[in-house]
Design a protein around this ligand. Structure first.
Ligand SMILES: C[S@@+](CC[C@H](N)C(=O)[O-])C[C@H]1O[C@@H](n2cnc3c(N)ncnc32)[C@H](O)[C@@H]1O
Length: 220
């Protein structure tokens, strides 16, 4: 139903190879969640335990000077930025240790980060925005409050994205290692999941920054 516009890619933000995604459990969970919103107590516990265990080393093993180029490029070339102010109310969901805060804090009127894993949030970088420990399948937000929702290497809860995004809101979807990211969906799969959950069309613009992929998705 919607249209996807592909922009040419720009040079890099490579994170290098870190394991393989073949049959990666988090890829399986990503596809289950996107397909029909499958999510239950067992998955909550499994995912929370995994990321709690990874939290102490997360920043040291992921942060590098070019790590945030893809999300910044998505904001700029994806058309989210407006005169230097990228949006009034912005949530980064599944923010982990908030590596992006270095480049995102201060850009928005209101910027909050949320994550299921308290381990991740308790290891947040200096300068992180206000933190909320919450499950992205059921956010403590009123309908339509978000101008921008940022999901970097995070599951897509399509119905909740639709509920929380303002009518003209934008979803910013980033995979830091492109298809090699365990929690990855192609732009087409993101659009399909949103359209199937909402019954309306969604348009996307996407591109690459080195090995990273990004998409900015809005209701058509
Ligand atoms: C692969 S990490 C990415 C962290 C960060 N966005 C980054 O790119 O560095 C996925 C994050 O999503 C969080 N997460 C997974 N399921 C979630 C849910 N249902 N609600 C909120 N956060 C969730 C995990 O705890 C973890 O911190």
């Amino acid at each position: 139903m919607g249209t996807i516009t592909h922009l040419s890619g720009i040079d890099g933000a490579d994170e290098g190879t870190r394991g393989t995604v073949v049959n990666h459990r988090m890829r399986q969970v990503t596809e289950l969640v996107a397909a029909d919103g499958t999510w239950n107590e067992g998955l909550v516990g499994e995912v929370r335990d995994l990321f709690d265990s990874l939290a102490p080393d997360w920043t040291a093993t992921r942060d590098h000077p070019r790590r945030n180029l893809p999300v910044l490029d998505a904001l700029e070339r994806g058309g989210v930025s407006r005169g230097g102010v990228d949006g009034r109310t912005v949530l980064e969901l599944g923010a982990g240790t908030c590596i992006s805060a270095r480049d995102l804090a201060g850009r928005f009127d209101t910027f909050v980060a949320a994550d299921l894993s308290w381990g991740m949030l308790s290891n947040a970088v200096d300068g992180a925005p206000p933190l909320v420990c919450a499950d992205g399948s059921s956010l403590p937000l009123v309908d339509g409050v978000l101008d921008v929702l940022i999901l970097q290497n995070m599951f897509l809860f399509a119905a909740e994205v639709d509920r929380c995004l303002a009518a003209d809101g934008a979803l910013v979807w980033v995979n830091s290692r492109g298809p090699e990211t365990p929690i990855h969906l192609s732009t087409g799969a993101v659009v399909d999941a949103l359209e199937s959950a909402t019954g309306v069309g969604w348009d996307a613009v996407d591109s690459t920054v080195g090995e990273a992929t990004w998409a900015v998705v809005r209701r058509a």
